[in-house]
Design a protein around this ligand. Structure first.
Ligand code: 13P
Length: 248
């Protein structure tokens, strides 16, 4: 039985001063909820997230990780450094990193590998652009993104991971995939993993991300292969994030 997970992706938002209220409200509001919950904050706020969330029901995570263990890689943050801050989840392969920072499928697979080896739970993001959807190659793109990770780590590695399907055209646009569109790709992702490892595929949590709001969360999360959400904008408002968590 898959437990639902809702993870917030704060992206490059927040400040020491404003995070306090958001983190405290999320911690407090999460106490009565059933879903697993996490917030992925910018690196400098991991210590703050830990200090506010420790002992509560909300885990904390990072939004990226270096593919290297350590070394002369200016600006990078290694998986072991995240472990120092009791991080549980780390997003890898977000479309913003793929598009703006050149994270190729191979780099994403290496980051996934580095995260797992350190004992972190990677949240592997996959998804197609609008042009790719219109060209009818959504399945091909998502499968290629998954296959890069499977080729490097094996399908069994997904037992300790989460996949997030985020259609790029639905991120921050207010445009959500229809229930049918989302369910169809989630089922395809699960089927791809089941082909290699039935148990891992059936147990894999696949989150939907892209303009999830309190108003559309419940119907999305009721789809058979949607196991929760990866939430951007709405994760910056405690009441909205908690309402989405409650929709699980
Ligand atoms: P929005 O919820 O703002 O569309 O962002 C989704 C996202 O990119 C989460 O990783």
């Amino acid at each position: 039985m898959r437990t639902k997970l809702v993870a917030g992706n704060w992206k490059q938002h927040g400040s020491l001063a404003t995070n306090i209220d958001l983190l405290a409200a999320v911690r407090e509001g999460a106490a009565g909820l059933k879903a697993e919950m996490a917030v992925c904050v910018p690196y400098p706020y991991l210590a703050q997230a830990r200090s506010v969330l420790d002992g509560g029901r909300v885990a904390w995570g990072a939004q990226d990780v270096s593919e290297h263990l350590q070394g002369a890689y200016t600006g990078e943050v290694g998986a072991a450094m995240l472990v120092d801050f009791d991080v549980r989840y780390v997003i890898v392969g977000h479309s913003e990193r793929r598009a703006c920072y050149g994270d190729t499928d191979a780099v994403v697979a290496a980051k996934f590998d580095a995260a797992r080896q350190a004992g972190l739970t990677p949240i592997l993001c996959v998804g197609e652009t609008l042009a790719e959807r219109e060209a009818g190659i959504t399945g091909k793109v998502v499968t290629r993104q998954l296959d890069a990770v499977i080729a490097r780590c094996g399908a069994a590695a997904l037992a300790d991971a989460v996949v997030a399907y985020e259609p790029v055209w639905a991120i921050g646009t207010g445009k959500t995939a229809t229930l049918l569109q989302a369910q169809e790709v989630h089922a395809l992702i699960r089927a791809r993993i089941v082909t290699d490892d039935r148990t891992v595929g059936e147990e894999l949590r696949i989150l939907y991300g892209g303009s999830v709001k309190p108003g559309n969360a419940a119907e999305l999360f009721s789809q058979p292969d949607i196991d929760g959400g990866l939430i951007g904008g709405a994760a910056l408002v405690a009441a909205d994030f908690l309402a989405i968590c409650a929709a699980c």
